[in-house]
Ligand binder design. Structure first.
Ligand code: 5AD
Ligand code: SF4
Length: 452
């Protein structure tokens, strides 16, 4: 069996990896480490000991990229102090800003999301006088045969990428340009990876894709053996009742009744759906090219709640998209109330060069209006999260223990099936155990509990 954990070996050259952006990027860093470990490298968490410094980057909003440019300047100091150190940029920003990164002279290697297999070669060929780049996007690459080296410390919960790329063209989004076309991974390799994690003590897998509901494996020999997302979920859930299954991200236009029924059927498929709505206004949804309406979205929510009354529901919201009126904004607020989200990721619209929105619609909501609307959305979500948590006071939940609470070393934390974080006194329990807890009180972020 392949080594799932970083190799500790002082004699090996060292790579330092910093990860930005989504869960998919976290998993990609694990793929990168696996490829480099096979090539003789070992991971270091100390940048001053690194022979190769990698930043696995994100382009989703301008502020994500600005942060990384700031880091690249700091990497330059490492290079000045220790000539010979190589700096590489991987991920979405590598794909989007390839030449600009090389022109900065602070970067020696640029590798896009489908080029990680070529990293050893790029590193071997690169020098400050001869920077190296591979940003070819692929129609096939899924890294299916690579066992990611897990960098997390808890050894309980792991990401598994089930597909790559995205075929939706949401008008605001850079991802289809940085991650290429959608491709699904062979389900047998997914089940094998999940089973291996379980054998190694992991108790939760999180199946990742930009749009998991459009997962579709085409069997090359027999179309009757094609696998869709509902079937994949079931295959993974059957590995063991003690292996929890989560997934992200669902798309409101694609989430099927079958997926909802499979979730309901298996206790170990966690009752939580991350269902980004983006806006509550039909006019904005149309311009965003989300391909659903407010009513369609709310209907999906009703379906989920009717089949799984206790299902956690979370979302993403963008404030201040092109042409957004005060009424459009109010429609978002009223949808949030109706859907009663348990939590949300909330952002101001950030124009991304090259996207449909950047080409077609002026970014015309003034920054102070964007900020004011975002603040209103955040304040409302705080109230909704608190109300949702208050409803859970007095309930009991089965929690998978993920670690020791940061605030109090005598307390543990873990998540309930609905994805809410519970904190409770350890009472002999340890990381990786399941605990049944009763909720005593709450904040807007945590359920304060005790083991029953
Ligand atoms: N500006 C602001 N937020 C964005 N997102 C995607 N693109 C943009 C953008 N250009 C948000 C969406 C998406 C989440 C991952 O990031 O809400 O669901
Ligand atoms: Fe960022 Fe999107 Fe790329 Fe993830 S896929 S790293 S969120 S731009």
């Amino acid at each position: 069996m392949k080594n799932l954990h970083p190799i500790i070996d002082d004699s090996r050259p060292k790579v330092y990896i910093e990860t930005y952006g989504c869960q998919m990027n976290v998993n990609d860093s694990e793929v990168i480490l696996s490829i480099l470990q096979d090539d003789g490298y070992a991971l270091t968490e100390d940048i001053s000991k690194a022979d190769v410094i990698l930043a696995n980057t994100c382009s989703i909003r301008d502020n994500a990229e600005q942060r990384i440019w700031g880091r690249i300047e700091q990497f330059r100091q490492q290079k000045n102090r220790r000539p010979g150190v190589l700096v590489g940029i991987t991920g979405c920003m590598a794909e989007r800003l390839k030449d600009k990164l090389l022109d900065s002279r602070a970067v020696d290697i640029v590798a896009g999301p489908d080029s990680y297999r070529s990293l050893p070669e790029l590193i071997r060929s690169a020098s400050p006088d001869s920077p190296q780049m591979n940003v070819l996007l692929s129609h096939e690459e899924t890294y299916a045969d690579i066992t990611p080296v897990r960098m997390d410390k808890n050894g309980v919960s792991a990401y598994i990428s089930i597909m790559r790329g995205c075929n939706n063209v949401c008008s605001y989004c850079i991802v289809p340009y940085t991650r290429g076309v959608e491709r699904s991974r062979d389900p047998r390799t997914i089940v094998r990876e999940a089973a291996e994690l379980f054998e190694n003590g992991y108790r939760e897998v999180n199946l990742l894709g930009q749009n998991v509901d459009s997962y579709h494996w085409k069997d090359p020999e027999n179309a009757d053996r094609d696998v869709d997302f509902a079937q994949l979920l079931e295959m993974v859930a059957k590995i063991s009742p003690d292996l929890r299954v989560r997934f992200s991200t669902s798309h409101p236009k694609d989430i099927s009744d079958e997926v909802i029924y499979v979730m309901a059927m298996y206790e170990n498929i966690c009752k939580h759906i991350h269902l980004p709505v983006q806006s509550g206004s039909d006019a904005m949804l149309e311009k965003m090219r989300r391909k659903y309406t407010r009513e369609w979205y709310l209907d999906r929510v009703r379906k989920i709640r009717s089949v799984m009354p206790d299902c956690g529901l979370t979302t993403d919201i963008i404030a201040g998209f092109c042409g957004e009126s005060e009424q459009d904004h109010k429609d978002t607020l009223s949808l949030m109330e109706e859907a009663a989200f348990d939590s949300a990721f909330m952002f101001q619209y950030s124009e991304r060069p090259g996207t449909l929105a950047a080409k077609k619609y002026p970014d015309d909501v003034p920054p102070e209006v964007k900020t004011a609307r975002l603040n209103e959305i955040i304040a409302l979500q705080n109230r909704l999260s608190r109300e949702s948590n208050e409803k859970d006071v007095g309930k009991t939940f089965k929690v998978l223990v993920e670690g020791v609470s940061r605030r109090n070393s005598g307390e543990l934390f873990g998540r309930a099936s609905n994805n809410k974080v519970c904190v409770f006194p350890a009472e002999g329990c340890k990381t990786g155990d399941y605990a049944v807890v009763k909720v005593l009180s709450c904040t807007s972020a945590t359920l304060i509990s005790r083991i029953v």
